[in-house]
Design a protein around this ligand. Structure first.
Ligand SMILES: Cc1cc2nc3c(=O)[nH]c(=O)nc-3n(C[C@H](O)[C@H](O)[C@H](O)COP(=O)(O)OP(=O)(O)OC[C@H]3O[C@@H](n4cnc5c(N)ncnc54)[C@H](O)[C@@H]3O)c2cc1C
Length: 349
């Protein structure tokens, strides 16, 4: 009889939660999954990125290996979320119109091949003509996309994981190898810790946004000529609207800046179609500051073999795209585990 084995997954953000659900479909009868994390859904720490995400899907054109890999992961997540939005409304995902208005489009947006790579799979994708875009906008598109109520989606996944027999442990690891000692027979550890452990390529990108009660019916992104980006993201299930946002690499300030809030809201009232009865005023719920776990060259998704047949499977460094890549990343991680014989080949669904 096969020896009983526990697979430890470190990290209960959107990447870890998507990964445990995917792993559960391929468990051998002798395997179980333990989800270990410092933070779980409902916790609010500036270092736990997932609850702070907008979160919408906005493709990122490019031709680097990272851009091409992410485009595939994003596309698979888009298809997966389409099904989830219909079958599991409590997941907090809805599909709606996405609009982009760019004042100074970077070259990759103007290159038809790199734009095609990331936009062509979207429902109802089309370029906006000059007379359809606001003054000052040089490049505009619209398409069908999704928005996610990020804390609701993470809590939903955690609930599913536990209902399917998964177990959890709140624990802060000082070193990733500690994870091998958190149950009796742990040979495989999956590292979904966001920033990884002492990876010199990892860095944070600070994001400040503002959650308001004012509703809006589409997710709209505007790139301003000064290099800043403005966006509005309605959160499903009456979760308000996220107004954003900043992207500040290596900025460790955990406090929300009142000046930044004022700038974000001023631009939002100028660019986005909030109801006229609000008179340009916002009903603010709270400011948000979070740290996106980024990595030079993109996510690390690879197997690291250790002594005594132990293995670590890394899956971290999603930066500002953890939700839109989540299901694709989980599938890629499970594919690596299957290749290395760490899971059962045939899914038990
Ligand atoms: C303001 C803002 C807006 C964003 N908007 C979007 C968006 O619109 N679309 C989108 O796709 N993404 C967006 N993101 C990015 C998204 O939030 C991240 O990419 C995603 O949350 C990363 O998920 P993760 O699971 O890798 O990391 P995290 O959510 O940070 O989770 C890491 C997990 O690892 C655990 N952990 C870490 N170290 C240890 C340790 N030593 N011991 C034990 N546990 C540990 C943590 O406790 C946590 O459970 C946004 C982010 C911010 C901040």
């Amino acid at each position: 009889m096969a020896e009983f084995e526990t697979i430890v997954v470190v990290g209960a953000g959107v990447v870890g939660l998507s990964t445990v659900l995917c792993i559960q479909q391929y468990l051998k009868p002798s395997q179980s999954v333990l989800l270990v994390a410092r933070d779980f859904p409902s916790d609010t720490s500036v270092n736990y990125a997932s609850p702070w995400a907008g979160a919408h899907y906005r493709p990122v054109p490019g031709s680097s290996p990272q851009a091409l890999r992410e485009a595939k992961q994003a596309q698979r997540t888009y298809e997966f979320f389409k099904i989830l939005a219909v079958n599991e409304p409590a997941a907090g995902i809805i599909f709606l119109k996405g609009v982009e208005h760019l004042e100074a489009p970077p070259p990759e947006y103007l290159d038809s091949q790199s734009a095609h790579n990331v936009y062509s799979h979207l429902d109802e994708f089309r370029y906006l003509s000059d007379d359809e875009v606001p003054a000052g906008v040089k490049w505009g598109v619209e398409y069908g996309t999704y928005v996610v109520n990020s804390p609701v989606y993470c809590a939903h996944m955690l609930r599913k994981f536990i209902l399917k027999g998964g177990t959890t442990k709140r624990y802060t690891l000082a070193h990733l190898k500690e994870a091998f000692s958190l149950d009796t027979n742990v040979k495989t550890v999956i590292n979904c810790s966001g920033l990884g452990f002492d990876d010199p390529k990892s860095f944070i990108i600070r994001g400040q946004t503002c959650l308001v009660r004012n509703p809006v019916s589409a997710t709209i992104t505007r790139q301003n000529t000064d290099g800043s980006w403005s966006f509005c993201i309605p959160r499903p299930l009456d979760g308000g609207t996220i107004i954003g946002g900043t992207k500040q690499p290596h900025n460790w300030d955990p406090n929300a800046s009142p000046e930044t809030r004022a700038q974000l809201l001023a631009k939002a009232s100028k660019w986005f179609p909030f109801a006229s009865e609000s008179g340009g005023q916002f009903d603010v719920i709270h400011d948000i500051v979070g740290r996106r776990p980024a990595r030079e060259g993109g996510m690390r998704i690879e197997v690291e073999k250790l002594e005594n047949e132990k293995q670590i499977v890394h899956a971290y460094g999603a930066g500002g795209r953890g939700f839109e890549l989540s299901h694709g990343v989980a599938e890629d991680t499970v594919a690596l585990m299957l290749e290395n014989g760490l899971l059962k080949e045939k899914a038990v669904l």
